[in-house]
Ligand binder design. Structure first.
Ligand code: PLP
Length: 396
């Protein structure tokens, strides 16, 4: 038998996949499944962006572009970073990739050496630990409790630092918690990172989806020292409802950008050329479609928070960003629900799907077992029906 890659074998399959494929199977069998599992806007890509892609196919040569992306797109990204985020970058600092997930991959390949440590706040986006491990680095976890709005305390960051710490991941607004860091909180984190010479991987993909009085601040905009240490990640998927187009990007110092560009040039060459043309249009034109989507999400967010907190044995805090809530199921752990003992988030998700045909993502996928994630990227009608079913199931 041929021995296969130890590194490859150590990458875990998605825990959420089991629930997701079961939900899809049930749907295919004709059952009325309500999914709170989705990680993408339920909106169509705006028409003007689709038209730009069609026009590009008809009128342009769809050949290879430079590996880090077309100069015009990188310039549009620089303009966006300057006007939205008070960040001055040049095209040479921007690497456009096949989605922000690919950007995360490039970053850790570019900056980590074997045995380096990367600090990851918990709950985390499911892919971060795997990306770190794929770069032969070691994830170091910091617990960010619900009592602290799922945010990292500066003293916990400080305590997690060792001589091997290479980077920390920051994801504001956060998937899965919706947590948004304030400018003051970012200043505290930035100071520690600068004092200890630690890179900050700042995933800002949910930047446009912020509610209430919160405002998105990019940690890189605080001062030139932290800017030099930060790799900003952003992309088209969430803000422009362009998940399938696969365009994400990074902004970083030119040394890191150059390494990522070299890696990408061998791994994938440029990201899809048609999607690059469409992204230029998305970034350059009127941004009102984002606001329409954001307002719809906000209405659903408020409804979901209120309803969940009305259901006995369940609760959630009010997140200020992205399109998820973390529902606390602690009260149910160790109890028997409809004949099944609930030992953790996976049991809860399974029994819920089985008995009510409502799919949620078990928190264990994000490093926490007393929570489950519900996405409100779904119609009000489905959200209402899904929560009715949960309420009825738990309390009748
Ligand atoms: N970062 C976070 C926090 C995400 O939630 C996602 C998508 O779910 C991504 C990055 C990746 O986005 P993309 O579709 O651009 O690869």
């Amino acid at each position: 038998k041929v021995e296969l890659s130890k590194k490859g074998l150590s990458v875990s399959s998605s825990i959420t996949l089991a629930i997701d494929s079961k939900a899809k199977q049930m749907k295919a069998e004709g059952m009325n499944v309500i999914s709170f599992g989705v990680g993408e806007p339920d909106f169509q890509t705006p028409d003007y962006i689709k038209q730009a892609a069609i026009k590009a196919i008809e009128e342009k040569s769809i050949g290879y572009t430079p590996a880090p992306g077309m100069l015009q797109l990188r310039q549009s990204i620089c303009n966006k970073l300057a006007s939205d985020n008070e960040l001055e970058y040049l095209p040479q600092h921007i690497i456009v990739s096949n989605g922000a997930k690919h950007s995360v991959y490039n970053i850790f390949q570019a900056v980590c050496n074997p045995g380096d440590e990367v600090i990851i706040p918990v709950p985390y986006w499911v892919s971060y630990p795997e990306h770190v491990k794929m770069a032969d680095a070691i994830p170091v976890y910091i617990d960010c409790p619900e009592e602290n709005d799922f945010k990292m305390k500066p003293e916990d960051f400080l305590a997690a630092i060792s001589s091997k710490t290479k980077a920390i991941i920051l994801n504001s607004p956060s998937n899965p918690t919706g947590a948004v860091y304030s400018k003051k909180e970012l200043e505290q984190i930035a100071k520690i990172a600068v004092d200890h010479n630690i890179l900050v991987v700042s995933d800002e993909i949910y930047e446009k989806l912020i509610y209430g009085n919160e405002k998105h601040v990019s940690i890189a905009s605080l001062n030139s020292e932290i800017k030099d240490l930060t790799i900003v990640i952003n992309g088209m998927s969430k803000g422009y409802a362009m998940t399938g187009w696969r365009i994400g990007y990074t902004a970083s110092n030119s040394e890191i950008a150059k390494i990522m560009s070299n890696i990408q040039s061998h791994a994938t060459s440029n990201p899809n050329t048609v999607a690059q043309y469409a992204s230029i249009e998305a970034l350059e034109r009127d941004q009102s479609s984002i606001e329409t989507m954001r307002l719809a999400f906000d209405e659903r967010r408020k409804y979901m928070i209120n309803r969940v907190n009305e259901i006995q044995n369940l609760s959630c805090i009010a997140p200020n960003g992205a399109f998820y809530i973390m529902m606390n199921i602690s009260q149910l752990i160790g109890k028997v629900v409809d004949g099944k003992i609930i030992n953790g988030s996976m049991d809860f998700a399974e029994v819920l799907l089985d008995r009510t045909h409502v799919a949620v993502v078990p928190g264990i996928a994000f490093g926490v077992d007393h929570l489950v994630r519900l996405s409100y990227a779904n119609s009000m009608e489905n959200i209402t029906e899904g929560l009715n079913r949960i309420d009825k199931f738990l309390n009748e």
